[in-house]
Design a protein around this ligand. Sequence first.
Ligand SMILES: [Mg+2]
Length: 268
Amino acid sequence: MDKEVDLRRYRAFFVDLDGVLVRGSEPLPGAPEALRALQGRGRVIVFSNNSTRSRRAFAERLRSLGFPVSPEEIVNSAFVVAQHLRERSGPSRVYPIGEEGLREELEAAGHRVVAPEEAEYVVVGLDRRFRYEQLVEALRALLRGAVFVAANADPVFPTAEGLLPGAGALVGALTGMGYPPREIVGKPSPIAFRVAMRAAGVTDPRECLVIGDRRDTDIEGARRAGMDAVLVLTGVTRREDLEEEGGRSILVVGSLAALLLSSGGRRP
Ligand SMILES: [Mg+2]
């Protein structure tokens, strides 16, 4: 299952955040150095389904942990959904359920955050202060014809305290009212990968390598987008989980740092 990855074949690297660069609020061992080395080999995008922070806030947080990244090198599902709505219908009126980062990215893309009565879209990401009242308002918007688009539908996410409910739980609450999302734009949707390619300035998916810790989002999304992918074992997937795979070939490395050490070519 473990094969050599020749990093020289790629111009862009889409690196997942949780379980690849950080675990909880700590950088993974060797990850800041490995990310820096990867930046010497091509365009690097930190590619995450987390919608709670803006690209700017993510970059600040990552820099404080020793990762040298700018906001332009971050693509998260808040940014993806904002870009996607713009492409779909230009600057729009949006009723969001989500945290500050989602609102910031929507406004940065030219959308207006509005009351439910005025909304063309209901956009949902993780909101750790979610209340029943927001469901009432979302329903009001949906009954008037607003379109429901989900930033992501991750069921749970890992933290230092264990798994917590993800944006998928909130998407499920709206779905339970009879309104499933028209689109879910985060990984594994090809929409997220398209936005990431644009951010990286590449047009050929074969020149892109996805590095992630989840098979259902990172690896599956790469497959759908026509990109190569490497699974790292520093996140949610364990080597034991892979044994059940039954022969499906995916590239596996222990960690981002190990990928940089083992890959073909000179070390920078
Ligand atoms: Mg992850």
